[in-house]
Each structure stands twice: as structure tokens, then as C-alpha cells.
Design a protein around this ligand. Structure first.
Ligand code: SF4
Length: 214
């Protein structure tokens, strides 16, 4: 068993080389790609300079420099935050989205995983999630995950005028005390806290996701 585990970890490390590289690819260094990728997937609470610094494991000064570089290339704009007037939200531009879609160095890994069938892909995701959940947090940075992995996500089923709960399941974040749409449950959040297994919410989120696929 240990032999297979070692082999699997070696393969994972090889796949991860797409994330870290020397020099630049298409004009961006690996940390700049990491920042752009994160901001393209982050939820409304995590598109901030401090959340970005935490995610890429950099100081605020380094993160500001990265934001400046991405702004100069027109991949990013700063907008006043709707949540907190004193803060700014970092928003990816259409050009930034296009750059990620066409040139992100991890795209070839993404495409290879997407080529698996749905069951294999779901199994891979669940296995990787279990591995992360079982790791001692002092040995790695668990810095952004989706709502589905978070202890603050709860289901909410408001009663309608007819006195019946709606067919579609709705969610809320118990940390920020706001409703969370299904689309938002799939975005990355730096405030998440790892939850123990919640098969019911997982099942609802997956069912909605598969229903939305072609
Ligand atoms: S449920 Fe968790 S992951 Fe989702 S927005 Fe709230 S704190 Fe973030």
C-alpha cells in the first residue's frame, strides 16, 4: 500500500510543476499567474488585497506589486468594495479572463483531468479533498477552498407565499450571514473553515452542477 501511495504522491508532485516555474510564461511569473488564477475564482469576500496576500503566501507589499503588474497589463481593476467602503475589490477584466483561458500554464493539466469521465473526475476530486482534510494544517497552507468544504455553509429553504419550501435548495453563509447562490458555492473563499463530512449538502451541490452541464 505504501508503494502505491508513494507513486501517487510522486505523480501529484509532477502535475504540480505546472504551478511553479522559473522565469515567466506569456509575460507573467508563476506567482502572478497564481494571483490572476485565484482572483478569477475567488468569491466576493476574498477578492481583496489581504486575502490575495494570504493565498499566495506573500507579504502585503509583494501582493501590491503583483496587483500593480496585473493592472498595468489590463488584467485587473480595483473597484470600491460593496461590502466594506474602506476596502477595494480586485476584479479580473475580460482581458484577464481571456489570458487565463488561452495561456494559463495549468490549462494542460486541467484539460487532462477534464478528459476523464465524470465518475473518475469526481473520485479524483473527492480523494484529493480527503487527503487535504487529513493533513496536519501545520504542514501545509489550507488557504482557500469552496463553500462546499466549509463548516459555515448551511442550507436555507425559505417558506414561499404558498407556505411551501422551494424545490431548489438555497444556501447561506453563517459567518458573513448572507445568502449564497449555487454559483457562489463553487468559488474559492479564504475564510472557509474545514467541515466534517456533510454528504447531504455535497449531494445537492453535485446534483445541481451535473444538471447544469450540457
Ligand atoms: S460558507 Fe465558508 S467558504 Fe462560503 S462564503 Fe462563508 S465562510 Fe466563505
Amino acid at each position: 500500500m505504501m508503494h502505491f501511495a508513494r507513486e501517487a504522491v510522486e505523480l501529484l508532485v509532477q502535475a504540480a510543476t505546472a504551478w511553479y516555474f522559473e522565469g515567466d510564461r506569456h509575460g507573467l511569473r508563476d506567482r502572478e499567474w497564481m494571483a490572476l488564477r485565484f482572483l478569477g475564482r475567488a468569491n466576493r469576500f476574498s477578492r481583496t488585497p489581504s486575502a490575495l496576500a494570504g493565498f499566495i503566501g506573500a507579504t502585503r507589499a509583494t501582493a501590491s506589486q503583483i496587483v500593480k503588474t496585473l493592472e498595468e497589463k489590463s488584467y485587473l481593476v480595483r473597484k470600491p468594495s460593496r461590502e466594506d467602503k474602506r476596502s477595494v475589490t480586485l476584479c479580473i477584466t475580460a482581458q484577464g479572463e481571456k489570458c487565463l483561458g488561452q495561456h494559463d500554464p495549468i490549462n494542460h493539466v486541467l484539460n487532462a483531468v477534464a478528459a476523464l469521465d465524470t465518475e473518475e473526475c469526481t473520485k479524483l476530486r473527492d480523494s484529493l479533498r480527503d487527503i487535504l482534510n487529513n493533513l496536519d494544517p501545520t504542514h501545509h497552507r489550507l488557504n482557500a477552498r469552496t463553500c462546499r468544504d466549509c463548516m459555515f455553509l448551511a442550507e436555507r429553504s425559505p417558506v414561499t407565499d404558498t407556505g411551501k419550501a422551494p424545490a431548489a435548495v438555497e444556501y447561506k453563509c453563517r459567518l458573513y450571514r448572507v445568502p449564497i447562490s449555487h454559483e457562489e458555492t463553487e468559488l474559492l473563499c479564504t475564510s472557509f473553515e474545514c467541515a466534517t463530512a456533510r454528504p447531504k449538502i455535497d449531494e445537492h451541490i453535485d446534483r445541481a452542477r451535473f444538471a447544469g452541464q450540457d
